[in-house]
Design a protein around this ligand. Structure first.
Ligand code: F3S
Length: 656
């Protein structure tokens, strides 16, 4: 019997033994590779360590340092050392600070068509450019994938983006994804995978495809995928990794949920205006407007082709006198390529400021523009304040457009610069692996070095007979995760130090919250509707866990935060009658008797308010596995209940 035609996404699932359910139903995807970066990695690695395993159970796990490399104090450096020693201890590859941005380096040295990749970074989807099923996820999901657990995601709808024609001179891959964003918007891709097909695909190289899949994150998509073809083979061969190639394409008669058609020949240089990546207009509409800063880099546009394009435009000329040009090469390999010919010299003599191979200005780590300045960047996000200056005007554009703006000091359609110089495809990249540290020696023996800023991950306690404590805070509707744990940089530097970061819990609403929680040995938080909306940050559950919060009693919960509470062993209790909220006050003593049995078995029960001698009816609306997770004191404890300690032998290194 012949099997039904499959899309590329469906083929990769099938090749991993996964049957695909209807859209929206959960699908469990085995994970071959993981990546973490330092901003999320310290917590993900701490979570993995808490599982009690001796080594990672993936084919490959890489721990990158690329976000916080400024090292203005000891904290960043100690995080880096922690990650390096943990990688050696648990059998991960370590990519050192200065080696490059995780997605660029992964594409160069580790990406492989048809493999699955889960990363603790939203732009992990970049790997779709080489035909990988690559997805971003939260730190705990990645930690569990490192332990060999599958990643569970809602089965996406699959959108075909059929490309025809070929890009005109001065128009590039960035303009393709900006056009998709213009049509689809930043919410258009939620619950979807974008598969690029059609004759236009063969006209795009792997780095160009990766620019397009990278910004699938801005569509809200689960991921994006290009087929693996002769261009993929050529890229891998040039990287000295020909053996990683596998041909992969959708069946010709595959059925998609939706079709988008783009004729590459019709595209023009585009830019996304402040402060959203989908506010896209042709660059020509802004021609002549002053540009104060140009930044070329980030995981979207920092390949050799991107920076060589900039160098060709600037060769023999200088940057406009009132415009600041900063360049962040995507990897040490890219920098070495630029240094091999004259490109690096051309950039330096033109006046470019060459930064480290890292995320840098993309994450607001340096090069913040002046108030109100216009900054043209090849990055992927232009959210308000991300550059480090709240009222800066950030425009997203291609390296070609950025180069034209740097040269003239005003918005300039690069097509006005005359004939474009072609950048030939590279047939042999230098294998610059000095910053890649492979695990050596038996796993489980190397010492993990924690500094002052690295503290052990707090674990929830399994629920025993009775839960009791004071109401520490009574809150209104729509409390955000930013309200629970604010996100400013002086706080987030403690992300690997939960005891320290917990001091800031609810600090904008109740500055004495942490002190009171510790005095009372924890307690309860009470809130109205939509508790925990906003960012998905795990620390909004981890910090309350550290302070001993046993349950949040609310009228309703935001979806991701509810999951985070369960993951870290805090009960999300729903008030059956929202009016009961008025009968609970700060300082009241609440008692939940026979708690373990109720959490494991009952959907509805009463909590006694011992201060007012009243009963409060609450619901615990959990699926069976969630009940066991909550009763165990969180997902890490539940994992250990199910698996125990199960040390493995150290695998052979897999770096390419
Ligand atoms: Fe880094 Fe910016 Fe990409 S922070 S991972 S370069 S989105």
């Amino acid at each position: 019997m012949t099997s039904p035609p499959k899309t590329l996404f469906q083929k990769i699932l099938s090749n991993h033994g996964v049957a695909f359910p209807p859209p929206g139903e959960p699908v469990s995807i085995p994970i071959d590779q993981t990546l973490t970066q330092d901003a999320t990695g310290t917590m993900a690695v701490s979570e993995f360590m808490a599982l009690g395993l001796n080594q990672v159970r993936t084919q490959l796990s890489v721990s990158y340092v690329d976000h916080n490399t400024l090292q203005t104090g000891f904290a960043n450096a100690e995080d880096h050392r922690f990650l390096r020693t943990a990688a050696a201890r648990y059998g991960m590859v370590f990519s050192a600070p200065g080696n490059g941005i995780c997605h660029q380096v992964h594409l160069e040295r580790f990406g492989a068509p048809g493999r699955t990749l889960l990363g603790a970074d939203s732009h992990t989807c970049t790997g779709g450019g080489i035909g990988m099923l690559a997805m971003g996820a939260g730190g705990l999901d990645v930690a569990l994938a490192m332990a060999g657990e599958p990643f569970v995601v809602a089965m996406p709808r699959i959108v075909e983006v059929r490309l025809s024609g070929a890009l005109s001179p001065w128009v590039s891959a960035k303009d393709v994804i900006l056009e998709v964003l213009r049509r689809e918007t930043v919410k258009g891709g939620v619950g979807s995978v974008y598969e690029y097909t059609g004759p236009g695909v063969a006209t795009l190289s792997v780095p160009e495809r990766a620019t397009i899949t990278n910004m699938g994150a801005e569509l809200g998509a689960t991921t994006s995928l290009f087929p693996s073809d002769d261009r993929t083979r050529a890229f891998l061969a040039a990287q000295g990794r020909a053996e990683a190639f596998a041909a992969l394409s959708p069946d010709p008669d595959a059925i998609y949920d939706r079709l988008i058609e783009i004729n590459l020949s019709e595209l023009v240089p585009l830019t996304a205006q402040p402060h959203m990546p989908d506010r896209v207009v042709p660059v020509s509409e802004l021609a002549g407007r002053k540009v104060d800063q140009v930044m070329v880099g980030s995981c979207t546009n920092s390949s050799y082709k991107d920076l060589a394009t900039l160098a060709r435009v600037l060769k023999g000329r200088t940057v406009a006198p009132e415009t600041n040009l900063v360049v962040s090469p995507g990897s040490r390999q890219v920098l070495a390529m630029l240094a091999r010919g004259t490109e690096l010299t051309d950039l330096i003599t033109a006046g470019a400021r060459i930064l480290e191979c890292a995320c840098g200005p993309c994450i607001g780590a340096g090069q913040a523009p002046p108030h109100g300045a216009v900054s043209v960047r090849t990055t992927n996000r232009n959210f308000k304040g991300r550059s480090g200056t709240d009222d800066a005007q950030i425009f997203l554009a291609s390296p070609e457009t950025a180069a034209a703006c740097a040269l003239t000091g005003v918005f300039t359609d690069p097509r006005s610069l005359g004939p474009a110089a072609a950048i030939p495809e590279v047939s042999e990249f230098p294998p610059v692996d000095a910053g890649i540290v492979l695990p050596v020696g038996p796993c489980g023996e190397a010492e993990v070095v924690t500094g002052e800023n690295i503290k052990p991950l707090p674990l929830g306690r399994p629920i025993a007979g009775e839960l009791s404590g004071r109401v520490l805070l009574a809150l209104p509707d729509n409390i955000t995760t930013d309200d629970i744990l604010p996100a400013s940089s002086h706080i987030l530097q403690y992300r690997s130090n939960v005891p320290k970061i917990s001091e800031y819990t609810f600090s904008r609403i109740a500055p004495d919250f942490a002190r009171r929680a510790q005095e009372h040995g924890g307690g309860f938080v009470v809130a109205g509707e939509n508790y925990g909306q906003g960012s998905s940050r795990e620390h909004a559950a981890l910090a309350p866990l550290y302070l001993g919060i046993k349950a949040v009693i609310a009228c309703s919960f935001a979806r991701i935060h509810r999951a985070n509470l369960i993951n870290f062993g805090i009960l999300p209790l729903l008030l059956e009658n929202p009016r009961d909220l008025d009968g609970i006050g700060q300082g009241d003593l609440l008692v939940l008797a026979d708690a373990r049995r109720k959490v494991e078995n009952e959907e509805s029960f009463a909590i006694r308010n011992a201060t007012r001698e009243t009963l409060i009816r609450v619901k615990l609306d959990l699926k069976p596995e969630e009940r066991l997770t909550a009763a165990a004191g969180g997902r890490l404890n539940r994992y250990r209940e199910l698996h125990g300690d199960d040390p493995l032998a150290c695998p052979a290194s897999t770096a390419g």
